[in-house]
Design a protein around this ligand. Structure first.
Ligand code: CA
Length: 229
């Protein structure tokens, strides 16, 4: 159930908003002052804030700005004056929407539903974002299996990709060539640990500025390799 915080000093309006939102299945909390509203918005886990502009103590402009510094939930600003709406827009406070009093409760409910649906889509899509590893100018997109070196995409073979990704995911750990061979090449593979050396050399040619002085994959003489961070 989505949780909505109403910050509104006019008790009758706050109660009316609460009633309608609860009828629509939302869980609703009310705060009547700016300061109390802000601290609850920051400390608790609300899905959306309905924020009156004119409040005793801290006003809605300031509250909106302070919430936006740390939270990404939708904020619906409520104002009694049309002029304020232009001001809200002009200040670029990050409010998602504005509504002027008097408004119909069903309009309020419709807007709350629309914003929550939009945010859920946003959160849903960001959850499906590609898995990225970024270390000192090297960006590895594990999902798309693509690698950029200082913003320039470089082609990697499957094993080169797997080897670099494995090292980058385990930074500052030294791996022997035998360990790397077992990790990246399956057991059936015909080959030997010299394959690892060859692949490290090819990877270095793609990621290092000077392969004689590698900045990323370090050779630990007599032991193996490690990805430095
Ligand atoms: Ca007010």
């Amino acid at each position: 159930m989505s949780k909505v915080l109403i910050i509104e000093d006019e008790v009758a309006i706050a109660d009316l908003e609460k009633d309608y939102l609860e009828l629509s299945g939302f869980e609703v909390e009310i705060e009547n002052t700016g300061d109390a509203g802000l601290s609850r918005a920051l400390q608790e886990d609300f899905d959306m804030v309905i924020l009156d502009l004119m409040l005793p103590g801290m006003d809605g402009f300031e509250i909106c700005r302070r919430i936006r510094e740390v939270k990404n939930m939708p904020i619906l600003m409520v104002s009694a004056k049309k002029d304020d709406i232009d001001k809200i827009r002009g200040l670029g406070l990050g409010a998602d929407d504005y509504i002027t009093k008097p408004f119909s409760p069903s309009e309020l409910v419709a807007r709350v539903k629309a914003h929550l649906a939009r945010y859920e889509r946003l959160i849903g899509s960001s959850a499906q974002e590609n898995e990225l590893i970024e270390i000192r100018g090297i960006k590895i997109d594990k999902t798309a299996r693509r690698i950029w070196v200082h913003e320039e995409e470089k082609p990697f073979t499957t094993k080169e990709f797997d080897l670099l990704t494995f090292l980058a995911e385990n930074p500052n750990r030294v791996f022997t060539k035998e360990e790397l061979f077992r990790e990246i090449w399956d057991m059936e593979s015909i080959g030997d640990i010299a394959t690892v050396t060859v692949h490290i050399k090819k990877i270095r040619e793609k990621i290092e500025i000077n392969t004689a002085k590698p900045q990323y994959i370090e050779t630990i003489w007599g032991v193996g390799y490690r990805f430095k961070v």
